[in-house]
Design a protein around this ligand. Structure first.
Ligand SMILES: *[C@@H]1O[C@H](CO)[C@@H](O)[C@H](O)[C@H]1NC(C)=O
Ligand SMILES: *[C@@H]1O[C@H](CO)[C@@H](O)[C@H](O)[C@H]1NC(C)=O
Ligand SMILES: *[C@@H]1O[C@H](CO)[C@@H](O)[C@H](O)[C@H]1NC(C)=O
Ligand SMILES: *[C@@H]1O[C@H](CO)[C@@H](O)[C@H](O)[C@H]1NC(C)=O
Ligand SMILES: CC(=O)N[C@H]1CO[C@H](CO)[C@@H](O)[C@@H]1O
Length: 396
């Protein structure tokens, strides 16, 4: 069988390379007292066969890791790869990848959102429908990036009138953009595209791409944003990215950022950090992920309700993301990209993506010290904002 032979020849080559390396690195020739040379033989097995994972995402990631490793790559290009490494699907990554139907054992019984995700998970570029090439013209100190959906006009307007007001704030330039996808005709949404165009022309803060704006496509929104940022806003010093139903204390954030040392600002990534989590296996949950799709634990990640990071890091995340296979949960995906950089998010008490104790919800002084609270209605935002900006309020 050609497949068997391919696998054997790959193994032989890898073995040879690893063997030579190990001889060079770990077999010390050491002289003993009598001056004779003694060979130290390592006691542990020194290579491991690359076994394809049973879970599709992990397998795709194994392949990406291997094919993008320049050391291994020079060897690999010379030999035939086993099918699971070489079968990259259709040449256009935005064509549906029907390979997944036979590569995922329970594909046919997976919920439709997984089937949609898996068929399109290699596509990372979609056409721009509304762009804001000038939003970062004045080099923002802080860029507020808000994930929104087409019908959420009132949430966006409340944010503009409160914490997302662009302009000069506490003596720093703040810019605001809303990130949106689009809808598929097959999903039977009313057509709000004309309204959105008006809104974009009026406020110049809407960026929209032509892809279906679903929960599992939030990762697409993340990579499209990182691409946009690296091309159109790479000078921004800091980025806040969050949902359109969170309340952000922009003043507190600017104060915090103003006090950061230069060295700490470069790798800043703070939020409400979730550690030691893994995929939920209960099919009824929103965050359910089947074992045939992903196995293992999640790296530490900051809850997607909102987190704050440096523009430098946004650029590094942009390049790291090209080495990480898209994962259907966007904040976990960002954690994976951070891990790829050898970094992790830092927990900050001011981020309350899981909300606050109801007994504090009407306490103005609580909002003064926090940076983010989830979740608030547009009316609540308008009610709370004056509490933050009125200096006469004494909270000592
Ligand atoms: C990988 O498969 C393609 C066809 O899908 C083939 O043309 C190519 O030669 C294969 N490459 C390697 C390195 O085996
Ligand atoms: C605002 O910034 C300008 C220029 O950087 C500076 O001269 C001024 O003192 C700042 N004002 C305050 C209130 O910090
Ligand atoms: C993501 O968007 C693409 C492009 O519109 C669409 O084909 C795909 O079904 C979407 N995926 C999910 C999980 O909704
Ligand atoms: C630094 O933090 C203190 C409070 O801890 C605040 O009063 C001050 O305004 C901050 N400095 C700047 C430059 O924002
Ligand atoms: C959404 C997006 O990426 N917009 C633009 C950013 O800037 C480049 C050129 O610098 C444009 O080609 C993009 O369309």
């Amino acid at each position: 069988m050609p497949v068997g032979r391919r696998r054997v020849s790959l193994l032989c080559l890898l073995l040879n390379v690893l063997f030579c390396l190990l001889v060079a690195v770990t077999w010390n020739l050491r002289s003993d007292k009598s001056g004779r040379q003694k060979i130290l033989i390592p006691s542990q097995r020194f290579w491991r066969q690359l076994v394809p994972s049973k879970s599709f995402w992990n397998r795709e990631q194994q392949r990406l890791d291997l094919l993008s490793n320049p050391n291994v790559n020079s060897v690999l290009s010379a030999i035939e790869l086993p099918d699971w490494l070489n079968d990259t699907g259709p040449t256009d990554p935005c064509e549906p990848d029907y390979r997944v139907r036979r590569q995922i054992l329970d594909y046919n019984v997976l919920p439709g959102r997984f089937q949609d995700f898996l068929l399109h998970m290699r596509c990372r570029t979609y056409p721009v429908l509304i762009d804001q090439p000038r939003v970062c013209e004045d080099t923002p100190f802080l860029l507020l990036v808000i994930k929104s959906l087409m019908p959420h006009f009132d949430r966006r307007q409340a944010i503009r009138e409160t914490w997302g007001r662009a302009g000069v704030f506490a003596n720093q330039t703040v810019a605001t953009v809303f990130l949106l996808g689009s809808t598929l005709p097959s999903d039977h949404h009313p057509d709000l595209q004309g309204m959105l165009h008006h809104e974009g022309a009026l406020h110049k803060d809407i960026i929209q791409w032509d892809y279906r704006d679903s929960f599992f496509n939030l990762t697409v929104k993340e990579v499209l944003f990182l691409e946009w940022f690296s091309q159109n806003c790479s000078q921004a010093k800091f980025v806040f990215k969050g949902d359109d139903d969170v309340f952000v204390n922009t003043i507190r954030i600017l104060e915090f950022l103003g006090n950061l040392s230069e060295s700490r600002s470069k790798e800043l990534f703070i939020g409400d950090v979730i550690s030691n989590a893994g995929p939920h296996r209960n099919r009824k949950l929103k965050y359910f992920i089947p074992e045939s799709v992903f196995s293992g634990l999640y790296p530490p990640y900051a809850g997607g309700g909102g987190y704050l990071y440096s523009g430098d890091l946004a650029l590094r995340l942009h390049s790291a993301s090209q080495q990480v296979v898209l994962y259907p949960i966007d904040d976990v995906y960002t954690g994976m990209c951070l891990k790829k950089l050898g970094l992790g998010p830092e927990r900050h008490q001011g981020f309350r993506t899981f909300g606050i104790d109801p007994k504090y919800r009407d306490n103005p002084c609580v909002y003064r010290v926090l940076m983010l609270v989830h979740s608030l209605t547009p009316q609540e935002m308008l009610r709370i904002w004056p509490w933050i900006i009125h200096p006469e309020l004494d909270c000592q």
